[in-house]
Design a protein. Structure first.
Length: 243
């Protein structure tokens, strides 16, 4: 009896896991900000100046062999733009995304060794995204100064941060030497509301969650401080449906 119960329970768990996996693959539980995350440059809204800068690098010597430092407020597209940069160089399997604050010198040394290897996908590059880069430790920053001086031509590194300016790091660390080794891109914080509002309404209509005029979406964007992720979370909650 006990053995039968164990087998039945294990089988039920396997079935449950299979169902959960199937649902995730279908995307039924995908949040709106992930479902509608831009996967091509034309899908990015409100950051025309930043995109034109990146396109100049891409159409010139290319994006590989560079480090990019992307700064901007939360929910304005830093990680999305970082992923698009990486996608120009490496397949998703060869793109790693890490929290910069948790990065240690030993982990960075491991990454540096891997950087000498090529990817094996349709693109032969490799890419790394380090989010919350203002959290980098002093010793790690010093190590990056050497690494970025001789970045292999098939590698791209992207740093993202919500902190702008030269006073990025704690302990009075001078950000200048690290930033001078990166292509610095500051995302626009002005004149994005109209573009965000228009895109938000398009998404709400596609999800049958729309019931408000464009002016209401503009107010929502402003209420959310220009954080597009927060805007989509509000739409997902039904905020823009007719009362």
């Amino acid at each position: 009896m006990l053995a039968s119960w164990i087998l039945s329970t294990a089988r039920a768990r396997r079935i449950k896991r299979a169902k959960i996996t199937l649902i995730v693959i279908k995307g039924d539980f995908m949040r709106l900000f992930e479902k509608y995350r831009p996967t091509t440059w034309p899908e990015v809204v409100g950051q025309d100046k930043a995109i034109k800068t990146i396109e100049r690098f891409r159409d010139g010597a290319g994006l590989a062999g560079r480090a990019f430092w992307i700064s901007g407020k939360s929910g304005q597209g830093k990680t999305t733009i970082g992923k698009l940069i990486c996608a120009e160089v490496a397949d998703p399997f060869y793109t790693d995304e890490l929290d910069a604050g948790e990065l240690t010198c030993s982990r960075l040394s491991e990454i540096e060794r891997v950087m000498h290897l090529y990817g094996a996908g349709s693109k032969t590059g490799r890419a790394w995204i380090f989010n919350e880069a203002h959290g980098l430790r002093k010793a790690v920053i010093r190590q990056f100064l050497v690494l970025l001086e001789h970045l292999p031509r098939h590698i791209v590194v992207v740093f993202t941060t919500t902190v702008d300016g030269m006073e990025l790091f704690e302990e009075g660390i001078d950000a200048g030497p690290l930033l001078s080794r990166c292509e610095c891109i500051s995302l626009s914080q002005r004149d994005v509301a109209q573009a965000f509002a228009k895109r938000a309404q398009e998404i709400a209509k596609a999800e049958n969650l729309d019931g408000q005029p464009i002016a209401a979406y503009l107010r929502l964007v402003n209420d959310c401080g220009g954080n597009f992720r927060a805007v989509l979370q509000k739409i997902e909650s039904g905020k823009m449906l007719k009362a």
